[in-house]
Design a protein around this ligand. Structure first.
Ligand code: CP3
Length: 321
C-alpha cells in the first residue's frame, strides 16, 4: 500500500503538476505511477495507484484528498436520510478510466501481478462520518452505537460498492485484490464482530467465485486477527505489533499471512533494517503461505535506495517482497 508515493522524486515531480485524484483518474498517469515501483525496485506485485475514496464520488459523496491530512468530506454522513440518498456504483459507467488503467497496467507488467483494491466499510465510514481523519472515532462510534439501523445501512452500501468495484477490477485484469481496513484496529473485538464483520464478510463472499486471492489488511489489528480470518479472506495482513509466528499459531495453516515490517524501519541504518527483515524471514522460513510486506505504507521520508536494497535482500534470502 502506498508503494508509489512522495518518497519517490519522480512522483513528487508529477504531483507538482497534478493532484492525486487527477493522477488516479487518468489512465496514462495512473499506469506510469503504478508500474514505476516494479521497474525501480523489482517488487513481486504492483498495487493499483488510486485512493480508497475514489468509488465514493459516484455515490454522490463530495470529498477532497488534502496533502498531509488525507480524505476530507465537507458534508459528513450522520443520518439515515443521507444514507438513503446515496447512489449505486456502476464501475463501467462511473469509473471507466480506472478500469482502463487496470488494463493498461496489466499489459505493461508482463506477468507481474497487479493487486486491485478497495476501502473496507469501517475505514471508509470513519472518513464519511467524521468528515476527516480522526484519532478517537467519536462520531463514528456514536453513530454505530446510537443508530445501528443507519450504521447497518451505511455498511451495506459500502460493502455492495466494494463488491462491484473489486469485481470490475478483477474482470479488467487485476490478479489479486486487497481490502484496506486500515483503522479497524480502533474497535474492540466485540464491536467489530457485531457492527463490522457481517458487511466485511459479504464482500469476500461476493468475490469468492472470481477465483483470485483476496487480502484483508488492517493496522493495529492484533486483537482482531481471528475475526479478520472469519471474514473469509484468503490472506490476512499482520502489522509489526504482532509477531508473525503468534499470528500463525492463532490462525492455523489455512490462511496466508502478509506483513509485517515496521515501515519506520526503512529509515533505520541499513544493518538495523536488514536485521529486522532477517527476523521476519527467519521466523517464517518454511511457511509457504507467507508474503513479506510492510505493515503499512512507505513513509514520505524514506530513501528509495533503502526500498531497493530491502527488496533485493529479501529476494536473496529466497523469499518474495
Ligand atoms: O502504492 C500505491 O501506489 C497505491 C496507492 C494508494 C493510495 N492510497 C494513494 C495515496 C493506496 C493503496 C491508498 C489507499 C488508502 N488511502 C488507504 C488505505 C491504506 C492505508 O494507507 O492505510 C487510506 C486510509 C487512504 C486515505 C488516505 N489517502 C490517507 C490517510 C492519505 C495520506 C494523507 C497524507 O498526505 O499524508 C491519503 C493520500 C494518499 N493516497 C497519498 C497517496 C500516495 C499521499 C501522497 C499524495 O498526497 O500524493
Amino acid at each position: 500500500m502506498r508503494q508509489a508515493g512522495r518518497y519517490q522524486p519522480e512522483y513528487r515531480a508529477l504531483r507538482e503538476r497534478y493532484s492525486l485524484l487527477q493522477i488516479a483518474l487518468n489512465p496514462a498517469l495512473a499506469t506510469e505511477v503504478t508500474v514505476r515501483p516494479v521497474e525501480a525496485f523489482g517488487v513481486d506485485a504492483a498495487i493499483l495507484f488510486s485512493d480508497i475514496m475514489v468509488p465514493l464520488g459516484p455515490l454522490g459523496i463530495r470529498y477532497e484528498i488534502q496533502e498531509g491530512v488525507g480524505p476530507v468530506v465537507p458534508d459528513p454522513i450522520r443520518t439515515g436520510a443521507q444514507v438513503a440518498r446515496l447512489g449505486e456504483l456502476d464501475p463501467a459507467r462511473d469509473l471507466p478510466m480506472v478500469l482502463e488503467a487496470v488494463e493498461r497496467i496489466v499489459a505493461r507488467l508482463h506477468g507481474v501481478p497487479l493487486i486491485g483494491f478497495a476501502g473496507a466499510p469501517f475505514t471508509l465510514a470513519s472518513y464519511l462520518v467524521e468528515g476527516q481523519p480522526t484519532r478517537q472515532y467519536v462520531a463514528t462510534k456514536r453513530l454505530m452505537w446510537s443508530d445501528p439501523a443507519t450504521w447497518g445501512a451505511l455498511m451495506d452500501v459500502l460493502a455492495e460498492t466494494a463488491v462491484r468495484y473489486l469485481t470490475a477490477q478483477i474482470r479488467a485484469g487485476a490478479q489479486a485484490v486487497q481490502l484496506f481496513d486500515s483503522w479497524a484496529g480502533a474497535l474492540s473485538p466485540a464491536d467489530y464482530r457485531q457492527y463490522v464483520l457481517p458487511a466485511t464478510r459479504r464482500i469476500f463472499a461476493g468475490l469468492a467465485e472470481l477465483g483470485v486471492p483476496r487480502i484483508y489488511f488492517g493496522v493495529g489489528t492484533g486483537s482482531l486477527l481471528e475475526l479478520m480470518q472469519a471474514t473469509g479472506a484468503d490472506v490476512v495482513g499482520v502489522d509489526w505489533r504482532t509477531p508473525l509466528p503468534e499470528a500463525r499459531r492463532r490462525l492455523g495453516p489455512g490462511t496466508a499471512l502478509q506483513g509485517n515490517l515496521d515501515p519506520v524501519a526503512l529509515l533505520a541504518p541499513w544493518p538495523v533494517l536488514a536485521a529486522a527483515a532477517d527476523r521476519i524471514l527467519t521466523a517464517m522460513r518454511g511457511d509457504y503461505a507467507f508474503v513479506f510486506n510492510l505493515g503499512h505504507g512507505v513513509l514520505p521520508e524514506t530513501d528509495p535506495e533503502q526500498v531497493r536494497r530491502l527488496v533485493a535482500y529479501v529476494h536473496d534470502r529466497g523469499g518474495a517482497a
